[in-house]
Design a protein around this ligand. Structure first.
Ligand code: PLP
Length: 446
């Protein structure tokens, strides 16, 4: 096998890298490698095309190797490769913040930058705690997440997150967290296109948590408008509005984790717009640079920013930040990416394609072992029944087969195959993607 650099890779070459969220030993026996990407496709080191059915890791929304982004990153590296973000600024980070704020609904108009989605989630949780502190309500310290939620892998994120494997190995986690129930009920929601009709009442579980802990102890609730990592579970119709109402009623901050749903995945700049709900904070990452340079952040409403800006002029308002907050290469990549989204109308394109996409994905209903399908925006998720003997996962086998035999990259989570292509996908490519999935689902039937 040849490596990305063209050098011959020996088994030893694969050994040093401890891969994240990967079965390292089996991967290294038979790796799935990509060495190049362009448009809708990855290419293996041998040059075989692999359709990108996942926009990388839910992030390459503009597709790969986009010239304006490449150019912006190269030019930025030459002009200003790095600048400290504490007590110094550079023009592009201010421009990026203004552009992102302009895309966010309501008075979500200030942007705090981080380097990733995990850092964005932890930043939002810390801002929530500090907000109540500077507002004279320091008893509000409890952070509420949701079962099946994913907010990255920082200690804050895994504490409010609801994925057992991401939590159970890591000790007691943050104290003072709790979870509301997830929103999935297969019996009542199976094969829903878009937001399921059933399930707005799952938001009322916040009342249970408030009754248990009292609102005077609760700082914030964080949810994904669509749970991505646990299988593409869209919020039921009316759910997010109800959650907003309950947060208002009890004086609790509402945070939308839009690391996946931001930047067009659901046909809008942010899912908040799709659902007509203005949260107090939005976390973002991934699509903000179309995955090209790591960047994440938190957009906050005016009242939150203002609460911090009341002290003496020369005092640091928030003791939080990262070496790579607002990195010049990320800011340049962000501006070029947002230009592409706007010039090519990619959010609107995703919205316009949603009905065709949903029909195409739903056409997999009736294939062997398919027990549920969900679609929303340009996201599709297919649940396969577990094998009776419990050995192996059909979804994982399908993923591996799709890569090797069909030339398609998808993601798996337990028994779910999830796919979320770049927003530049054409209708023909949608059909091609579904055809590959259909063949793989049939191939792993037994
Ligand atoms: N939040 C959500 C909703 C995510 O889906 C992810 C990653 O998939 C994260 C946070 C973490 O982002 P990162 O992997 O950039 O730390």
């Amino acid at each position: 096998m040849t490596s990305a650099t063209g050098a011959i890779a020996t088994p030893n070459d694969l050994e040093a890298y401890w891969m994240p969220f990967t079965a390292n030993r089996s991967f290294k026996q038979n790796p799935r490698m990509v060495a190049r990407a362009e448009g809708m496709f990855y290419y293996t080191p041998e040059g075989k095309p692999v359709m990108d059915g996942t926009a990388g890791l839910w992030c390459c929304n503009a597709g790969h190797a986009r010239e304006p982004i490449i150019h912006a990153i190269q030019a930025q590296a030459r002009e200003l490769d790095y600048a400290p973000s504490f007590q110094y600024g550079h023009p592009k980070v201010f421009a990026a913040a203004a552009r992102i704020a302009a895309l966010a609904p309501g008075d979500l108009d200030h942007v705090f930058f981080a380097g990733s989605g995990s850092e964005a989630a932890d930043s939002a949780l810390k801002i929530a705690l500090a907000y109540w502190n500077v507002s004279g309500r320091g008893s509000k310290t409890r952070l509420i997440g949701r079962e099946r939620g994913y907010h990255g892998v920082g200690f804050g994120g895994i504490s409010v997150g609801g994925m057992v494997n991401n939590r159970k190995f890591f000790g007691g986690l943050l104290t003072g967290t709790d979870h509301i129930s997830h929103t999935y009920d297969r019996e009542k929601q199976a094969f829903s296109k878009g937001e399921p009709e059933y399930g707005a009442h799952f938001a009322d579980d916040l009342e249970r948590v408030v009754a248990l802990h009292d609102a005077s102890t609760i700082a914030a609730v964080i949810v994904e408008p669509m749970a991505g990592s646990t299988g593409g579970l869209p919020a039921p119709k009316g759910y997010l509005k109800r959650l907003r109402e309950l947060c208002d009623k009890h004086g609790i901050l509402l945070i939308f984790d839009e690391v996946i749903t931001g930047f067009g995945r659901l046909g809008f700049a942010f899912a908040a717009e799709r659902y007509g709900v203005v949260p107090d904070m939005i976390t973002f990452a991934k699509g903000v640079t179309s995955g090209t340079v790591p960047m994440g952040g938190v957009i906050v409403r005016k009242h939150i920013y203002d609460a911090f800006m009341n002290g003496p002029d020369n005092v640091i308002e928030l003791f939080h930040g990262y070496t790579y907050s607002g990195h010049p290469l990320a800011a340049a990549a962000c501006l070029a990416t947002l230009d592409i989204y706007r010039e090519e109308g990619l959010f609107e394109r995703a919205r316009a394609m949603e009905p065709m996409w949903a029909d195409a994905v739903m056409s997999l209903k009736g294939e062997p072992n398919v027990v549920d399908i969900r679609t929303v925006g340009l996201v599709g998720a297919v649940d396969l029944a577990p094998r009776a003997d419990g050995v192996g996962k059909r979804a994982f086998e399908a993923m591996d087969r799709l890569f090797r035999e069909e030339g398609l990259m998808v993601r798996t989570a337990a028994d779910t195959i999830a796919f979320s292509p770049p927003l530049i996908i054409t209708e023909n490519q949608v059909e091609e993607l579904i055809g590959k999935l259909r063949r793989a689902i049939r191939a792993v039937a037994n």
